[in-house]
Ligand binder design. Structure first.
Ligand SMILES: C[S@@+](CC[C@H](N)C(=O)[O-])C[C@H]1O[C@@H](n2cnc3c(N)ncnc32)[C@H](O)[C@@H]1O
Length: 276
């Protein structure tokens, strides 16, 4: 086991939330569930002016960012970009996904966030160059896709930009995030979570200071890296069990489990009432 010295311990403390992580207000099917605690921490500690997400689908990751922006009353503006048609990795779907997303999103986040229905390339025209402090790339996952998405959006990044890439640990089919992550993270400030299919965190802005953002210093310290990964994996797995529990299937199961006991209780009360 790696020994955690005093400096590493300080780094770990600086990269973890002080108390329990908030619960995501909206739980929808997503392979991103386990990264919710990090998303909340990141928004709080990085305080991005502009967040862009490439690939939102049901909106799990995007709503974690929005939830924290709202909770902390940050002056952040958020943009979700998706065709809301699906792709060969996520599967294809119909207009009902975006319609449902808008019904939830517009009343609570519509004042600072926009759902942009477009391809990632089309949406480039909507965002000012050099303005994005947090870019989350989570579209189609072939090597050429991720590479293209990163390089085409690179000019949009601010001097303190962080780029997130999901699925850096997926080693199946034609997923190529792992390969691209290995290339792009070389020589740049970075940290990688290995749970939840892998999430790469890249300090791409030219002014990035590891003092202001200790996660990247932690990324160079094996003991701190291991401790931070473990702590977020633990928090993430709690999030995952919560998400599993809150699915309609789980709620149906619970109703069926509780129903017989409730019926018995009501019958017993009626009998006791009749006897009195
Ligand atoms: C993996 S899902 C996003 C998951 C989401 N971030 C979450 O938290 O669950 C990928 C999404 O990217 C979208 N997508 C893929 N390639 C795209 C492109 N070039 N332009 C716009 N949308 C794209 C798909 O429609 C799909 O909804």
């Amino acid at each position: 086991m790696t020994e955690v010295g005093a400096h590493s311990r300080d780094l770990v403390a600086a990269c973890l939330p002080m108390g329990p992580s908030p619960k995501p207000l909206r739980i929808v099917p997503s392979t991103w569930i386990e990264h919710a605690p990090f998303a909340f921490w990141l928004v709080e500690n990085h305080r991005p002016q502009i967040i862009v997400e490439l690939g939102s689908h049901y909106g799990f990751s995007y709503f974690c960012f929005c939830q924290q922006v709202r909770q902390l009353k940050l002056p952040t503006r958020c943009f979700a970009v998706d065709t809301w048609k699906g792709d060969k990795h996520s599967g294809f779907y119909g207009d009902e996904v975006l319609e449902e997303l808008k019904r939830y999103h517009d009343p609570i986040y519509g004042d600072f966030s926009r759902l942009t229905r477009a391809t990632f390339d089309e949406a480039l025209a909507e965002i000012e160059d050099g303005s994005v402090d947090l870019l989350h790339i989570d579209g189609r996952h072939e090597y050429e896709d991720v590479r293209h998405d990163f390089h085409s959006w690179q000019r949009k990044l601010s001097s303190r930009a962080i780029v997130l890439m999901h699925d850096t640990q997926v080693r199946q089919l034609d997923f190529g995030v792992l390969r691209f992550w290995q290339e792009i993270s070389q020589g740049r400030p970075h940290f990688e979570f290995q749970h939840g299919y892998g999430l790469g965190v890249l300090g791409e802005g030219k002014d990035f200071s590891t003092i202001e953002f200790p996660l990247f210093e932690a990324g160079r310290d094996p003991a701190a890296t291991a401790a931070i990964r473990k702590a977020y994996a633990r928090r993430g797995s709690r999030m995952h069990s919560l998400a599993r529990r809150l699915t309609p299937a789980w709620l149906r199961k619970m109703v069926w489990r509780i129903a017989p006991a409730l019926v018995l209780k009501v019958k017993w009360r009626i009998r006791v009432g009749e006897a009195c």
